[in-house]
Write a protein that binds this ligand. Structure first.
Ligand SMILES: Cc1ncc(COP(=O)(O)O)c(C=O)c1O
Length: 367
């Protein structure tokens, strides 16, 4: 094992983050009230371009809260992409509804609008497009389908803070957007999440359910079952400092991708992340898809890189392969194909050009 170890991702914490967190701790406002919560929500809404933003404990809770605020319940169906982190599907399951897995588009790796159409039934109530690995889903045809069938569109923006679709930031396009601030995300609060929306009713409903569905008029009076999905002021302090640096962080992510592209884009059978002409990709994770991989070859390749001190991750497995979601003879061909050929390369903010050159050299030697 080489002494050098390059992780897939790492957060970027500066003096600003430390200063804000200390201020929150010293203020005594350590739970979910405090100036950082308010400012983080206001500034995040401004950044995304929505009227409202609501902090939550994490992205998974945010998806659950968004779904129940849209009235999704047992007996309903929600269409989600097959290739995503499992949280997207699980959040649907928490409501009692059924996640229905649509295939992805081979060019964006995000949910395929044509395939959504094929999955619609009389029970369908919502679609959750996921902006996978930092690239936006093709939203216009998705919104068109949603209008035709009267469906909610909840954008899963966990991996795509600042990504743009036709000049609009993700999280401002559907009925609402949900972000994650887990430690490996574009910006972090340790654990945390945010719901963004322009719909005041949706915002008020989510805010109420986030706080145990407490009556606005009568404290400690509850007429339905709510949740504690509140973020702490300390986390919001970290988040605010990160948000003030978000453009610099995204620019660095884009530069890192360009460095990889210079080294790897001409290789036979290799594809890096897409960026459609209508998209701004924030390259949450730099991805490499090798036409010649199968699952075994891919895992062997990752092992070789690990021996050199280069950390990688396999692409997500299709959700419909997981024991709790699998159905006999069910397959989404594009998701199943790309899943076994793809890996995430080191993409952390602290990477330098010479690191990327070295990683690329090791990749080429071991392909
Ligand atoms: C696509 C996607 N959705 C949802 C989540 C859930 O977010 P969290 O980990 O904050 O619960 C994540 C990431 O973790 C994700 O990548």
């Amino acid at each position: 094992m080489s002494k050098r170890f390059i992780p897939v991702s790492e957060p970027t914490i500066t003096e600003k983050e430390i200063e804000y967190v200390l201020k929150a701790v010293k203020s005594g406002w350590v739970s979910s009230l405090g100036e950082f919560i308010t400012k983080f929500e206001e500034d995040f809404a401004k950044f995304v371009g929505t009227k409202f933003a609501l902090t939550v404990t994490n992205g998974t809770a945010g998806l659950h809260l968004a779904l129940i605020s849209c009235g999704i319940k047992e007996g309903d169906e929600v269409i989600v992409p097959d290739l995503t982190f499992i949280a997207t599907a699980n959040a649907v399951k928490y409501t009692g509804a059924t996640p229905v897995f649509a295939d992805i588009d081979k060019d964006t790796w995000c949910i395929s609008p044509e395939n959504i159409r094929k999955k619609i039934t009389s029970r369908t109530k919502a679609i959750i497009p996921v902006h996978l690995y930092g690239h936006p889903a093709d939203m216009d045809p998705i919104l068109q389908i949603a209008r035709e069938y009267g469906l909610y569109v909840i954008e899963d923006c966990a991996e795509a803070h600042g990504a743009e679709y036709k000049g609009k930031k993700v999280g401002s396009i559907g009925h609402c957007g949900v972000f994650s601030f887990y430690g490996n995300k574009i910006i972090t609060t340790g654990e945390g999440g945010m719901i963004t929306t322009n719909d005041e009713n949706l915002y008020e409903k989510a805010k109420y359910l986030r706080d145990h569905a407490m009556s606005k008029e009568k404290r400690y009076w509850h007429t339905e079952i709510g949740y504690n999905y509140r973020m702490t002021n300390m986390q919001a302090a970290l988040g605010l400092a990160q948000l003030e640096r978000i453009n610099e962080i995204i620019n660095k992510k884009r530069r890192i991708f360009e460095w990889y592209k210079e080294e790897l884009s001409d290789l036979e059978g290799i594809k890096l992340n897409p960026e459609k002409e209508w998209a701004k990709n924030v390259y949450w994770m730099v991805c490499l898809v090798n036409e010649n991989f199968d699952e075994g070859k891919r895992d062997e390749f990752m092992k070789k890189l690990k021996e050199k001190g280069i950390d990688t991750r396999p692409f997500f497995y299709p959700c419909s392969m997981m024991p709790m979601y699998s159905q006999k003879n069910f397959i989404n061909p594009v998701s199943y194909e790309i899943s076994k050929k793809g890996i995430n390369l080191p993409s952390g903010y602290n990477l330098k050009k010479e690191d990327v050159k070295w990683i690329a050299k090791v990749i080429i030697e071991n392909l």
